[in-house]
Design a protein. Structure first.
Lengths: 292, 170
């Protein structure tokens, strides 16, 4: 249960970090909070030749507001997001999800960029990135690029990142004023990885019908998912029990959960439907919709 | 062979300069290199919480941190809270409320509870339970630990400073 022999570098600039990654050609590993990488090293699931610690790069730190969006540096820790006034004011749904990520001491080290890059199918922040239409800024030895969260997650622990690339920051555009939000998660014990979770945003017009709907789920497929079909069928309707039942049916059809020691696939499919229904009802109420 | 690194860390107020292998876990650095065996090691993958220490003012898992990552940092371990002759406020509450039996989990419990107490002016029982959910105890059934921390939270008053790590200034 000890890491294998490995070299270590802590560059001060993004350019240096990506140059080191390119130089080691797939044999280097980015080290951020270490809350997923170090367990994997302890278990000897990975044997990189060098760890490139990116937490000493000033450019990767901090939370910024540009009026239209919040941009969060990749090495911003869960605890910093949780304490952020901007998150509290503009992204309460993110604030609601953060306490469900692991435990206090792990949230004190784990980072946004690490969570997204690790891409655990039952992690909270990748689902939030999908829900919030986030865009990732990526730096690589061959240049910089941007990618939507929707295109970033490819499978369990698999993303669109190349070996010589790092996530620099994540941009979360502000949702429309007055949008309602909901979040529901189930885990065996507090802080464990979720069996499944769902989050929703709902916009409501003066006529009390849904004008915007976003539904994201996790723990029920190889990646977190947006359920476009369920979102589409809510537009223009009141969120009554028929509409909820239609959305839940669409969600259950869209997901392909796995069975494991904790829960069967059927249980997860059922559970995520219940969670979507709860998240939607919360969002509708917060948006001032009339659920009766 | 990988290149060793020289690091400088402040541990319980003392500056320690050592040359270490990059793969050395901070938990092993504290226990084996510095002989501070108060920090316990249970699982080495972040589950049990026995290895929890303060790193720059935040509670963290020392088994999920490399010693080289702590270069320049300020660390407080259970040895920095108080000692047998001078238990701090929270440690006394643990004793009064029988919050330990074998004591294996106690160093991590004390650090996690101290983090909670330092960062909240008021603590509900739910917050204490949530805050300690990352620390496993096989003996006490948790009730007495929760009671000790609640008692500390309610009574901290003038003695508050003693519940904070002695040398942690951040
Ligand atoms: C006991 C325990 C319980 C946990 N429970 C949960 C939970 O309930 N929910 C949850 O979401 N997570 C949970 N986690 C995982 C935790 O959230 C991790 O912190 C997170 O997944 C990784 O973030 P990190 O900064 O620690 O990344 P690291 O561990 O440093 O890195 C993780 C991976 O991402 C890569 N990487 C990191 N940063 C970047 C970057 N900027 N660009 C490119 N690649 C990068 C690394 O190379 C590595 O492959 C748990 C962990 C533990 C130990
Ligand atoms: S030894 Fe670190 S959490 Fe168990
Ligand atoms: S007192 Fe024995 S593990 Fe907690």
């Amino acid at each position: 249960m000890k890491p294998p022999p490995v070299d270590y570098a802590a560059p001060a600039m993004v350019e240096e970090a990506v140059a080191l990654l390119a130089e080691h050609d797939g044999d280097a590993k980015v080290l951020a909070g270490g809350q997923s990488l170090i367990p994997m090293l302890n278990f000897r699931l990975l044997e990189p030749s060098i760890l490139v610690d990116i937490t000493r790069i000033p450019e990767l730190k901090g939370i910024r507001d540009d009026g239209e969006a919040m941009t969060v540096g990749a090495t911003t820790r869960y605890v910093e997001l949780r304490n952020s006034e901007l998150v509290r004011a503009r992204f309460p749904v993110l604030g609601a999800a953060l306490p469900h990520v692991a435990h206090l001491a792990i949230r004190n080290r784990g980072t946004l960029g690490g969570s997204l890059s690790h891409a655990d199918p039952a992690a909270e922040l990748p689902m939030m990135a999908l829900l919030l239409d986030a865009e990732l800024r990526i730096a690589g030895a061959r240049g910089a690029r941007r990618i939507a969260a929707e295109a970033f997650f490819l499978g369990p622990l698999a993303t669109d990142l190349a070996d010589d690339e790092i996530v620099v920051s994540v941009r979360f555009p502000y949702p429309a004023d007055g949008i309602g939000w909901g979040f529901a998660e189930t885990a065996r014990r507090h802080g464990d990885f979720a069996l499944a979770a769902a989050a929703a945003l709902i916009g409501v017009s003066g006529e009390h019908v849904v004008t915007e709907a976003r539904i994201a789920v996790m723990g029920v497929d190889e990646t977190p998912l947006r359920i476009a079909e369920a979102e589409r069928l809510l537009i223009g309707r009141r969120l009554d029990s028929d509409a909820l039942a239609d959305a839940v049916r669409a969600v259950r059809e869209a997901v392909t959960p796995d069975a494991d020691l904790q829960a069967s696939a059927e249980y997860r499919r059922h559970l995520v439907g219940v969670q979507v229904s709860r998240a939607l009802a919360q969002a509708w109420e917060r948006a001032g919709g009339d659920a009766r | 062979m990988t290149a060793k690194k020289t690091i400088s860390v402040t541990v319980n107020g003392t500056v320690e300069v050592r040359t270490v292998e990059p793969r050395l876990l901070l938990s092993d650095f504290l226990r084996d290199t510095l002989d501070l065996t108060g920090t316990h090691v249970g699982c080495e993958h972040g589950i049990c919480g026995a290895c929890t220490i303060f790193l720059d003012g935040d509670s963290v898992r020392s088994c999920l941190t490399l010693a080289v990552q702590a270069d320049g940092a300020e660390i407080v371990t259970v040895e920095g809270l108080g000692d047998a002759d001078r238990l701090n406020f929270l440690q006394r509450k643990f004793r009064e409320h029988h919050a330990l039996q074998c004591g294996f989990c106690t160093p991590g419990m004390l650090i996690s509870a101290t983090d909670l107490l330092r960062k909240h002016s008021e603590l509900s029982e739910a917050q204490v339970r949530e805050g300690l959910s990352g620390n496993l105890c096989r003996c006490t059934g948790y009730e007495h630990i929760v009671r000790a921390v609640m008692a500390a939270a309610e009574e901290w008053d003038g003695e508050w400073n003693e519940a904070t790590p002695r040398e942690c200034t951040s």
